[in-house]
Design a protein around this ligand. Structure first.
Ligand SMILES: Cc1ncc(COP(=O)(O)O)c(C=O)c1O
Length: 370
């Protein structure tokens, strides 16, 4: 029986009517851009992420871009981030005219190392962007400590609904930062039927500015205080996401249960390391990512058996050809480079049946018995 990395059709089959009903309300209203459906989702996401304000936008990429524009980041500024992430985290820094400054990761969690951030701060540092990779929040309290008054943008594209215990309080993804950003790309735990994104903050001024920036910089139609973007969340996507949001917690719990199962079932295999779970964190496991010796051979073996897997991410951002101008050399971010050579994400989606789950484990075990 083939086991895909992700099976969105199984999820869709279970909630189709609920989602379609909500979409049809938008269709019947013929109000497709921003409006009530987007506002409803914004208040749901603000509540979920313990944030005062939420601003919908066109994608998770735009959410980071808008966040930087709202913080007046541009030419001559430096923004510190991790090289072990999806391209958008750093591509947006370049696109606002600032310079990405990469620092290495903590090998245990794959998230940015707060100690490394401290060594890279200069008078030109205007923001720090930690990423909650694979659904596990970064060490936000340590990042904030080293950041002092420098704004922190938490790229929470992969972690909506994740929690971290900070000073004894349970904090949600996006909550502890100056600005938190989400993606609703279909493969995320809360995925739309197309692109979508959202920004959360506790700061009213930033929220007002973000709302203006997403509509070409004009608070009043046809009057522009500044040049912004067309980055609106469309109402149909908002309807889909509002309909799906009540299921998110249940889906993420199932992913955690699947991770726990893998943790036990794959324990003790020489050459394979299961993900480190930070005791302060409740990950949403957008991905279940192991470190594997002979990784490429393992992936080929799984493929032959019809088991899906993926490498997130094969080339760290400091070594991408488009960032050659920054001057980073191979070997400059050893932990990110090592992770890129070893990681493999296995199927963890909530609808995965016990039989499929056993099949993944049996195949991995077989590979390492050879
Ligand atoms: C860490 C990270 N940042 C940013 C993004 C960009 O989000 P989007 O694809 O919605 O633009 C993604 C999503 O793929 C992501 O995983």
């Amino acid at each position: 029986m083939p086991v895909p990395l992700l099976d969105l059709r199984a999820q869709h089959a279970a909630i189709r009517d609920t989602v379609v009903d909500k979409m049809m309300k938008v269709v019947d209203s013929q109000l497709f851009i921003l409006g009530a459906a987007v506002e409803e989702l914004e208040s749901q996401v603000a509540k979920l992420s313990h944030s005062k304000y939420a601003v919908g936008c066109a994608s998770g990429t735009d959410a980071i871009l808008l966040a930087m524009r709202a913080l007046d980041i541009g030419r001559g500024d430096e923004v510190i981030t991790t090289p072990f992430t999806f391209f958008a985290t750093a591509g947006t820094i370049h696109n606002v005219g600032a310079t990405p400054v990469f620092v290495d990761i903590d090998p245990k969690t794959f998230n940015i190392s707060p100690k490394a951030i401290a060594t890279a701060i200069t008078p030109r540092t205007k923001a720090i962007i930690p990423v909650d990779l694979f659904g596990q929040m970064a060490a936000m309290e340590e990042v904030s400590r080293v950041a002092k008054s420098i704004p922190v943008i938490e790229d929470a594209a992969q972690s909506i609904g994740a929690r971290r215990s900070i000073d004894g309080e349970s904090r949600m993804a996006g909550e502890p930062a100056t600005i938190g950003t989400f993606s609703f790309f279909p493969s995320k735990n809360l995925g739309g039927y197309g692109d979508g994104g959202m920004i959360v903050t506790q700061d009213e001024k930033l929220a007002t500015r973000l709302k203006r920036l997403r509509v070409h910089g004009g608070a009043t139609q046809y009057f522009h205080d500044e040049v912004g973007f067309n980055s609106r969340l469309d109402a149909l996507q908002a309807a889909v996401l509002s309909a799906k949001l009540p299921y998110l917690d249940g889906w993420s719990s199932k992913r955690r249960a699947n991770a726990k199962f893998y943790g036990k079932a794959l324990d003790g295999i020489e050459g394979l390391t299961t993900p480190f779970i930070d005791k302060n964190n409740e990950s949403i496991f957008n991905q279940y990512t192991i470190r594997a010796e002979r990784r490429d051979a393992l992936q080929a073996f799984l493929k032959k058996k019809g088991i899906g897997s993926a490498i997130y991410y094969p080339l760290p951002l400091h070594l991408q050809p488009c960032f050659a101008y920054l001057g980073y050399k191979k070997g400059s971010m050893p932990e990110s480079e090592k992770a890129a050579a070893e990681v493999l994400s296995l199927p963890i989606f909530p609808e995965r049946t016990p039989a499929r789950r056993d099949e993944v484990v049996a195949a991995v075990r077989k590979f390492y018995s050879k």
